[in-house]
Design a binder for this molecule. Sequence first.
Ligand code: HEC
Length: 111
Amino acid sequence: MRTGLWCCAAVAVLAVGAPGVVRAQEVTGAAVFHVRCAMCHGAEGRGNGPMAMALNPRPIDFTNPAKRLATTDSAVRQVIRHGRRSMPAFSGQLSPAQVDSVAAYIKTLHR
Ligand code: HEC
């Protein structure tokens, strides 16, 4: 899908292209999510990214709060930093601020 690729390239540039620029936490979180997480969690966080099929267990649907296992903010950050089952750890790849931003972004996906 051409538009999808363009979108990811654009957020990748956003995420790494301008360090030190202060942005709304949500914007940074969205960029991190689309670059690092969407391949498994899906562009809309529904747990249906292209890699999700190969995972056991599969990622949950972030838009459905009833499905959540990590119910507190600190538990969400814990999973992002250290991983859980087929979810990889990101502590070596994301700064603490990026972990906070992407955790905040995930929260906005709940409806
Ligand atoms: C390789 C695929 C993969 C990638 C990449 C990935 N995840 Fe996950 N994630 C998973 C899977 C699978 C689970 C479910 C783990 C479980 O059931 O124990 C999960 C679970 C989670 C959970 C816990 C959800 C809950 O409430 O139980 C959070 C939060 C999360 N991921 C955030 C992220 C973020 C943020 C990123 C990007 C920085 C990311 N994930 C990247 C596969 C992935």
